[in-house]
Ligand binder design. Structure first.
Ligand code: URA
Length: 181
C-alpha cells in the first residue's frame, strides 16, 4: 500500500505499517489513528491533502504486530523513492518504528520515542537532507490524554516549521501553487 497526498508537500508524515482498515481501503491512516492524525493536521489550519502521508512498511504485518527488521529492510526502498519524489523539508516520524528507522538510516542512535519527541533533528537519509520531527504514534495518543496533547502540539509545531504561525496563505501563494520558495 503506497503513501498518498501532495507530491509537492513540504511535510511528509511517516507511520509504521497499514492496519486492518488501511489494508481494506488501500490508503494510509484511514482508521481511528488516521482520524486523530487528520484532526491534528486540521488543527494547524492545514488540509490532509496538502501533506504527504505514508508508512515505513507497506504491507500489514499479521495481527498488527510491530514490523520486523527484515520487513522494514524489504520496504525501505519505497520510502526512499517517496522521499526523492516529494522532497519534503520536514518528515514527521510517527512513533518508534518510523523514528528508529529514519535515525538508523542516517547512522544516528535512537533512544526511544519519549526521548526524541518534539525535538526536530537534521538527518541525511539516503543522501537527502530532511528535518525529522519525531512524535508519538497517533494510535498511542488516542486513549492517553497527556500523549494526545503532546501529539497534537507536536504536529502543529512541525507544520509551523514550514508555514510560520500567523502567516496565512496569500493570493500570490495560491497562484504560485504554494511553490517551495
Ligand atoms: N498505523 C500506521 O502506522 N499506519 C497506518 O497507516 C495506520 C495505522
Amino acid at each position: 500500500m503506497p503513501g498518498e497526498g501532495n507530491l509537492n508537500a513540504e511535510v511528509m508524515f511517516v507511520g509504521e505499517a497499514p492496519g486492518a482498515n488501511e489494508d481494506d481501503q488501500g490508503r494510509p491512516f484511514v482508521g481511528a489513528a488516521g482520524q486523530l492524525l487528520t484532526q491534528a493536521i486540521n488543527s494547524a489550519g492545514v488540509q490532509r491533502q496538502e501533506v504527504y502521508i505514508t508508512n515505513v512498511v507497506k504491507c500489514r504485518p499479521p495481527g498488527n504486530r510491530t514490523p520486523t527488521d527484515e520487513e522494514i529492510d524489504a520496504c525501505v526502498g519505497y520510502l526512499f523513492e517517496e522521499l526523492a519524489m516529494v522532497r519534503p523539508k520536514v518528515v514527521v516520524a510517527l512513533g518508534n518504528t518510523a523514528g528508529s528507522t529514519l535515525f538508523k538510516l542516517a547512522g544516528r542512535q535512537w533512544r526511544g520515542i519519549s526521548a526524541h519527541r518534539g525535538k526536530p533533528v537534521r538527518l541525511i537519509v539516503n543522501g537527502q537532507e530532511v528535518l525529522v520531527y519525531p512524535t508519538y504514534h497517533p494510535a498511542a495518543a488516542i486513549y492517553k490524554p497527556d500523549l494526545r496533547d503532546m501529539f497534537m502540539s507536536d504536529v502543529r509545531e512541525a507544520l509551523g516549521l514550514v508555514r510560520p504561525r500567523g502567516r496565512s496563505r496569500t493570493l500570490l501563494d495560491f497562484m504560485k501553487g504554494e511553490s517551495k520558495a
